[in-house]
Design a protein around this ligand. Sequence first.
Ligand SMILES: [Zn+2]
Length: 208
Amino acid sequence: MEVNGDYIMKQAESCTNKKSHTEYAQENIEFTLIRANRKSIGIRVSDTGEIIVRAPQRTPLSEIEAVLQKHMDWIEKNQKRAENRQVWYDCLDQEQTEQLRQLAKVRLTRKTAHFAAIMGLTYDKITITRAKKRLGSCSTKGSICYSLYLLLYPDAAIDYVVVHELAHLAQPNHSKQFYEVIEQFLPDWEERRSLLQPEYMHNPLAHD
Ligand SMILES: [Zn+2]
């Protein structure tokens, strides 16, 4: 799963990425436009604050710009969040990052085993990555990856990511059925997911 921007699943795209820009409050707003086989316009803010717009093949640029301008508050909020996350990452030196990795291995192994037992699912292995964007992923073979930076979020949010990745063992997509699996075990998953924001980040090494 990704933390930034929306949660719209990436679709198979036949497209060419194109840099584009629009004016907003007399500022030049740059964005990457991806034409795809889809029905609606989707906006995402990357971990570096870049604006990525996915649009149907034939939607006119003027229409795309209008949608962008309408959502500028949301975009700016997410750009600010991307910036704040980076501040957190930059605060950790090499030693702290290694400590965090070790702590992540212990805590996430324990949590994954705990929820897998409750959910009646089996996974293969757990790998801790240094990914800044992708907090977790699950392969079709059942290997689960977590970013060590996941530990910077509240416990309730960590549980959500663990259950999210495990739920992929039952549903390898982000369908309605997938969220029903999560709902079954974490009825308050939406609230937990909303905690995956920089305003809730903390350094677990400071408390241990
Ligand atoms: Zn997912």
